[in-house]
Design a binder for this molecule. Sequence first.
Ligand code: BT5
Length: 255
Amino acid sequence: TVGLKTRVIGSRIVYFDTIGSTNDKGKELAANGAPEGLVIVAEEQTTGRGRLGRTWSSPKGRGIWMSVILRPEINPMDAPKLTLLTAVALARTFDSYPGIQPGIKWPNDVFIKGKKIAGVLTEMNAELERINYVVVGIGVNVNTSRAELPPEIENIATSLYIETGKSWSRKDFLTKLLEELEALYLSFKMGEYAAVVEEWKKYSVTLNKKIKVTSPGVALEGTAVDLDDDGALIVRTRDGSLKRVVAGEITFASR
Ligand code: BT5
């Protein structure tokens, strides 16, 4: 065990030396009745996934490749809130490292000085108005060196090691992250989401930027002006109208 102070998140941790994807394992275990809070951690993922079929580089022993099973009693439409909440937990954790200033790019990326250091992949199983389970996948580059980054992400990704020039305990990072995640999740369950949104805004590198949004059925350009109470991004388009985007993908438009 890692000496956790949490009661729900990480109440059970299953550990794998090597695995395809901790999210796939999470979905399998959740479908078979695994309890809320179960965490799956792997030293290495051979088919780590990002969103929309993208790959997530997960070299052995270098990062935190993990998934958490949640069973919140919320409307499936509110599931994206869990992604933002997780990004805030990650930002708080990075914030506790000397000289590290995390930024959150909507909805699921954590950046340090313009480079991606962590990502969140939230997947759910729901029927009608009821969530059966949510698997929150989290990938964090802790001790990956520059040479270990795949060439295609060499210029867009970073790690704690690359940023600080030293190695860090993955166990300490994981412990802190699970504690922050639990604190945020418990207050979320009590209906206190507004504070999460406020904190998200504090870390945001998205607000007040010119962006392009692409998501299923949406393609628009404008300025990200706010995050609403539900965690949706509010974009002001050139004609001055406000558009609400709940899920998708943004790129920063170069002026
Ligand atoms: C994400 O997707 O950022 C979600 C990543 C979630 C990974 C975790 S690890 C544990 C769990 N099990 C899984 O199989 N997945 C989750 P997305 O926003 O689609 O970003 C993917 C893009 O990030 C890729 O297309 C690359 O450009 C870049 N990328 C890939 N690996 C990276 C890494 N290790 N660090 C930084 N960027 C990376």
